[in-house]
Design a protein around this ligand. Structure first.
Ligand code: UDP
Ligand code: MG
Length: 321
């Protein structure tokens, strides 16, 4: 960290947020100026097609701590967030939505908690989602349950992308070979000491959601496939099931034959079809196992992170950080 680096960076991804921009600037600036510490705001304009870019230009004239990073085209919330995180220079970096659903006032609490308890990660946890639709609450609930099964209990339920990261945590993210990590899963997986700050999720201040159902579904699929090869193994289990059913049928056919209830030709055809289907599924599953191995190799995630070493001269070839 250089001499003139700010104590705090606030990363705000925004896509077509002309409506909330003035409100956001007002509330965010009040909070950040109140901290009486050097800070920067990294506004990531995710290829907005409305007056967001112009609005940001106007704000910059009166707000020297505002930095604007513009993406060439709309790349999505996660990508915009990562772009901002990678460029942030602060000792602590907070990411926050532009629409004021995450209250900027909570940033001060996050910073205080991180410093008081020496935490590298502070999650903003939505205490109450009554401002979201029943559908969003239902799907989000299912999403977090699934993710906690896949990644582990360290994934906090109801924590979105409103969070604080220390410089060390940002560097750890930057060192990951992955280009598009699903942040809300990868951040807990990094294993840093973390805490939570609860807040009430407000209504969107202006404009409408940029997260239609299709994008929510895409995030869910990406989350599962970026942390689990389980879907690739479904074929193996189906194949084994097929073989088991096949075996039971063979017994049933023999019993039926002994009792003289056989229709000539029927059992052999059915068994052949079933058996071939099961073998095909097993082979697909086998392929899946290899694809899964290739996939984890390509991800090249480190298997572990060293928290500390009493003898730092000892170099560990396994630690990539
Ligand atoms: N966003 C973005 N790029 C996109 C979609 C959304 O940068 O392609 C930003 C958006 O401007 C907002 C944040 O991501 O600051 C969260 O989006 P939104 O509030 O629409 O999602 P919701 O709260 O409805 O889930
Ligand atoms: Mg929102």
């Amino acid at each position: 960290m250089g001499q003139q680096d700010p104590a705090l960076s606030v990363v705000v991804p925004m896509f077509n947020e002309e409506g909330v921009l003035p409100l956001l600037a007002e509330r965010l600036r009040a909070v950040l100026d109140g901290l009486a510490e050097p800070y920067e705001v990294v506004a990531v304009d995710d290829g907005s097609t409305d007056a967001t870019a112009a609005g940001l230009r106007g704000l910059r004239e009166r707000w020297p701590q505002l930095r604007v990073v513009r993406l060439r085209r709309n790349s999505g919330h996660q990508a915009a967030l990562i772009a901002g995180l990678m460029r942030a220079r602060g000792g602590y970096v907070v990411s926050i939505d532009a629409d004021l659903q995450d209250p900027p006032e909570t940033i001060a609490d996050m910073l205080a908690l991180a410093r008081a308890e020496k935490l590298d990660i502070v999650y903003g946890v939505r205490g109450d989602r009554s401002s979201d639709t029943a559908f969003k609450r239902l799907t989000a609930g299912a999403y977090y349950r699934l993710m906690r099964r896949l990644v582990g209990k360290q994934v906090p339920a109801q924590a979105g992308d409103f969070r604080l990261l220390s410089r060390a945590a940002v560097e750890a993210l930057r060192d990951l070979p992955e280009r598009t990590p699903v942040l809300r899963l990868v951040v807990p997986w990094l294993g840093f000491p973390s805490g939570e700050v609860h807040f009430l999720r407000a209504e969107r201040a202006a404009g409408r959601t940029k997260y239609p159902f299709s994008r929510m579904l895409a995030l869910a699929v990406e989350s599962v496939t970026s942390f689990s090869a389980a879907p690739l193994r479904v074929a193996t289990w189906l194949g084994l099931l097929g073989v088991a059913v096949c075996a039971l049928l063979v017994i049933a056919v023999i019993v039926a034959y002994a009792l003289g209830h056989t229709v000539i030709g029927w059992p052999s055809i059915l068994l052949a079809v079933l058996f071939l289907g099961a073998v095909q599924l097993l082979c697909l599953g086998l392929l899946g196992e290899y694809v899964a191995r290739i996939y984890t190799a390509v991800q090249a995630r480190p298997a572990y992170f060293i928290a500390s070493d009493s003898d730092p001269a000892e170099t560990d070839p396994g630690d990539t950080a």
